[in-house]
Write a protein that binds this ligand. Sequence first.
Ligand code: NI
Length: 179
Amino acid sequence: MGKPKIMTILEIIVAPDPRLKVKAKPVDGVDDDVRKLMDDMLETMHSAQGIGLASIQVGDPRRVIVVDVSGTDDDPDPLCMANPELVWTSDEERLHEEGCLSLPEHYAEVERPESIRVRYLDETGEIRELEADGMLATCIQHEMDHLDGVLFVDHISSLKRGMILRKLSKAKKQAEAPV
Ligand code: NI
């Protein structure tokens, strides 16, 4: 029997914020400290009803992502990845309307490879390779982008990006303004 897990819900950084532009650094391996980050990120993602989360979004500059595209009706099927890298991408692309916990209530269509092969370290530190397509492939690529300081709005027109970021910035100022 393992130790009971104590998980913490972390604060998700909302754009625009310079911390979301940071390029994350690879982990040396998956130790208890990295596993704790993975667990906390999963808890944070599930509590926010997200399907993916990257370390950069909780202000931790280590290359870790978590995804779970199983949906609320199914059993959870979480994936934790450290140092994920794409070793293959298909020529066929998939257009999907993406959202992001760091850009709440904003969505835009982004085109990415339809199928991928990703290599990563799992929560036990094993090197794994996973072939994914559809929603899972889109989600993994979106989260991996975060590790390089890239948001889904960086894939759309500067006009639309500017509009979304201005709205988020305005909402932040209103939230911070004294009553
Ligand atoms: Ni995101």
